[in-house]
Design a protein around this ligand. Structure first.
Ligand SMILES: NC(=O)c1ccc[n+]([C@@H]2O[C@H](COP(=O)([O-])OP(=O)(O)OC[C@H]3O[C@@H](n4cnc5c(N)ncnc54)[C@H](O)[C@@H]3O)[C@@H](O)[C@H]2O)c1
Length: 334
């Protein structure tokens, strides 16, 4: 059954499935099972252990193959399978007329990401990318605080210990892509220059990255990310002409300094921050976009644009620059 065979009326339950029952997919299932207006049709995973865990804890049907979930009838799915499978699975679902939310990063390559976006347009299905940090209430409060401000610079720190299971990507694709998306969103602008510094202290891929950017609107931004810090930290600071905003994305404390005086004094206040679980807010936004045929808050194009910048940070340096680090590493985004 395809989505077109359903009448997307507002009163009845929206039939949603989850693809992948690993760390993220399990959480998608847990949240969707508790959302009003949603029927969690089931979770697909080839691994019996992961299916059993989802069935026991969430209490939903599980399937070993995507075909079985589709046969049960789904209008929308969230794809939380490993990133290298996003392209194949998303194209399969889109071809069946199913609306999709794809976890971040949208795909392994920009070309694959663009193919997913083009297929969703052709099939007229909703495509959203799971940049969940946009739904962190602290990030929402920061975005509100800088509305209408002339942003000058952004600094983001996202550090922590090595993940328990090493995937085949480094910190740039795994972590920095969240913050590349935030920089693009905070500034409503594209990143036009990247200056990356990467190092592999312990892992095969980069495990330390210091990334500098310039946006088309002239904002300077940097990301400090690594897997070598013994504790997790996620902080954002934004300087505008009129304010200095600081947010801790873990404790969700957001403060702003304002009213700068010629004598150097200023005022400071804590900003109100909501309590939503980010994933819950993200999945509500996705299902709302599906039901009401709205543009989702994180489009496929935005997901591809952030992936493109992350991949640009990983491109090998031109030979003359890598030979002489003093020549710098400026790269102009296409
Ligand atoms: N938004 C975020 O903050 C965030 C955080 C972590 C992971 N992610 C993303 O979520 C995705 C999954 O990451 P994870 O950490 O949950 O990985 P994971 O390894 O814990 O889970 C992946 C699951 O997919 C299953 N799988 C493999 N092939 C499949 C297939 N053909 N069909 C269905 N399921 C299949 C695996 O058996 C496994 O259970 C990745 O794209 C990752 O980048 C996003």
């Amino acid at each position: 059954m395809t989505s077109r065979e359903f009448d997307l009326g507002k009163e009845r339950l929206l039939r949603v499935g989850v693809i992948g029952a690993g760390v993220m997919g399990f959480n998608h299932g847990r949240v969707l099972a508790g959302l009003p207006g949603i029927e969690l049709v089931g979770i697909v995973d080839p691994l019996l252990d992961h299916r059993d865990h989802a069935a026991n804890v969430i209490g939903c049907p599980t399937f070993a193959r995507l075909d079985e979930l589709c046969a049960a009838g789904v209008e929308a799915v969230t794809i939380a399978a490993p990133t290298h499978l996003h392209h194949e699975i998303a194209l399969d679902c889109i071809a069946r007329g199913i609306h999709v939310l794809v976890e971040k990063p949208v795909a392994s390559t920009v070309q694959q990401g663009r193919e997913i976006v083009a297929a969703a347009h052709r099939a007229n299905v909703t495509l959203m990318v799971g940049h969940v940090e946009r739904f962190n209430p602290a990030v929402v409060a920061i975005k509100k605080a800088i509305a209408g401000e002339d942003i000058l610079s952004i600094g983001i720190t996202r550090v922590g210990p090595f993940p328990p299971r090493m995937s085949n990507v480094g910190v740039v694709i795994d972590l920095a892509v969240h913050d590349i998306d935030l920089i693009r969103w905070f500034t409503d602008s594209d990143i036009v220059q990247v200056q990356p510094q990467l190092s592999s202290a312990v892992a095969e891929r980069e495990d330390i990255a210091l990334l500098q950017f310039r946006t088309a609107s002239g904002v300077l931004a940097h990301i400090n990310t690594n897997w070598l810090t013994p504790f997790k930290a996620r902080n954002v600071t934004i300087a505008t002409r009129g304010k200095y905003v600081q947010g801790d994305l873990l404790t969700r404390q957001v403060t702003e300094c304002f009213g700068f005086q010629p004598d150097g004094s200023y005022s400071m206040r804590h900003l109100p921050v909501g309590h939503d679980e980010p994933l819950r807010a993200e999945l509500i936004a996705f299902t709302d976009a599906v039901r009401n045929r709205k543009v989702p808050p994180v489009t496929g194009e935005e997901g591809v644009a952030s992936l493109e910048i992350a991949i640009k940070c990983l491109e090998p340096l031109p030979a003359d620059q890598s030979a002489d680090p003093r020549k710098g590493t400026l790269r102009v985004a296409s």
